[in-house]
Write a protein that binds this ligand. Structure first.
Ligand SMILES: [Zn+2]
Length: 153
């Protein structure tokens, strides 16, 4: 999985993990949660998402992905963080994130087959497509991702 995220990985980078940098954690969590607020389940255009620490950093919560979850800014409020708030309850319950990137494992297998069948093909990771699409000011969507992947300026 680490090799899939970073094909140039080697040596002790495997121990550090592919999620060493915060931006990668963020992309991983957003992708895992399918760009959907895990509290109100809103997603799509106009929904601003943030990555939240289930056990707050101030309470010793880590940056591990099992302590991170996607929320929208309407749910990621001061009120929800305070005792009685929904996020406070998640922290006290040590809410478990059970979703995995099973799709990523599948895509890793599929990618190898495609690259074998079409050796002239190239590939790029979703985190790069995300950045490219944002730079092109394109909305979310598979079609828009395809445009971003094309390399158009
Ligand atoms: Zn929400």
């Amino acid at each position: 999985m680490a090799k899939m995220v970073n094909p140039d990985i080697s040596g002790k980078q495997y121990q550090e993990g592919s999620l060493k940098d915060w931006k990668n954690y963020e992309y991983y969590v957003l992708a895992r949660d399918e760009y959907t607020c895990q509290l109100c389940h809103k997603h799509g255009e106009g929904v601003k998402l943030v990555v939240h620490h289930i056990v707050y950093r101030s309470q010793g919560g880590t940056d591990r992905v099992d302590n991170l979850i996607t929320l929208c800014t309407n749910c990621h409020t001061t009120k929800n963080h305070q005792p009685g708030g929904k996020l406070y309850k998640w922290m006290k319950a040590k809410k478990k994130v059970t979703k995995q990137l099973k799709g990523a494992t599948f895509m890793n297998i599929l990618r190898k087959r495609i690259m074998t069948t079409f050796p002239e093909a190239s590939f790029q990771y979703g985190s790069q497509t995300y950045v490219d699409r944002k730079n092109l000011l394109l909305p979310k969507g598979h079609f828009m991702d395809a445009i971003a992947i094309s390399g158009i300026k």
